[in-house]
Design a protein around this ligand. Structure first.
Ligand code: TYD
Length: 236
């Protein structure tokens, strides 16, 4: 599957290269997975782990990492929102991403920070591409036009969709805020099976970037596996 632009060292300003020499190199890490895979918990544990080790680290998410993005998030995720064409949905996710990159992600990387993002471009490939049926080449072309960069590393929390959906629907029944964002939880298991399959295929195509972590185990065991990767990427 083709990729959007890869951020490289030569694209970075001099002061960032200076920070890299001081050990304050930026790193863009994304977290992906189907509904109910436990991303929110694992991303906040990752944040805490990196901060405790003394690195400046920002946690953010898509959709909704900016003020404008939070307005888009409501429109995108309301279960009772109006029907929309797959292309309209794609363009709204990409609008959220473009604003997020310009306002939050790129400035944080330029300051030499580690950026942890809860969902990003692989979610678009899996949900709007594989599950909604938009051709991957088209997604890559529009994304390239918008200057979408690739993350350095991606943690893919992998889970059986039946288990994930059960967890997510239970969470929505207990938490009205989560329920108000449950548009995708209303989709059939077969939709989420396509999303999972697409994520696994992306991981196979990008083994240096995407790392699969089985997410069915207890959360401490899952984080233990993530910590091993963080130690290699950031402190190795
Ligand atoms: P998220 O807040 O991670 O929901 P959850 O915690 O329930 O997993 O993500 C919101 C939803 O947005 C999620 O169902 C997947 C969807 N999404 C896309 O369809 N395309 C995208 O590009 C992104 C970033 C998210």
């Amino acid at each position: 599957m083709p990729c959007a632009i890869q951020a490289s060292l030569s694209d970075l300003p001099d002061f960032v290269i200076f920070k890299i020499i001081l050990g304050k190199y930026p790193m863009f890490i994304t977290f992906e997975g189907i509904e109910g895979a436990g991303k929110s918990l694992q991303i906040s544990r990752t944040h805490e782990y990196i901060r405790k080790k003394g690195r400046s680290c920002l946690i953010t998410r898509e959709p909704g990492g900016t003020d404008f993005g939070r307005e888009l998030r409501e429109v995108l995720l309301r279960p009772d929102g109006a029907p929309r064409e797959p292309w309209c949905e794609l363009l709204l996710y990409l609008a959220d991403r473009h604003q997020h990159l310009k306002e939050v992600i790129e400035p944080a990387l330029a300051r030499g920070e580690i950026v942890l993002c809860d969902r990003y471009q692989d979610a678009t490939r899996a949900y709007q591409g594989a599950a909604r049926g938009i051709a991957p080449e088209t997604i890559e072309e529009v994304s390239r036009f918008l200057g979408v960069i690739e993350p350095a590393k991606t943690i893919l929390l992998d889970l059986d969709p039946e288990v994930g959906l059960r967890r997510a629907r239970r969470r929505n029944s207990l938490d009205p805020t989560a329920a108000a964002e449950g548009r995708f939880e209303d989709e059939a298991v077969s939709f989420h099976a396509r999303v999972r399959q697409a994520y696994l295929e992306l991981a196979e195509a990008h083994p240096q970037r995407i790392f699969i972590i089985p997410a069915a185990d207890d959360p401490d065991a899952v984080f233990g596996r993530i910590a091993v990767l963080l130690d290699q990427w950031i402190y190795g």
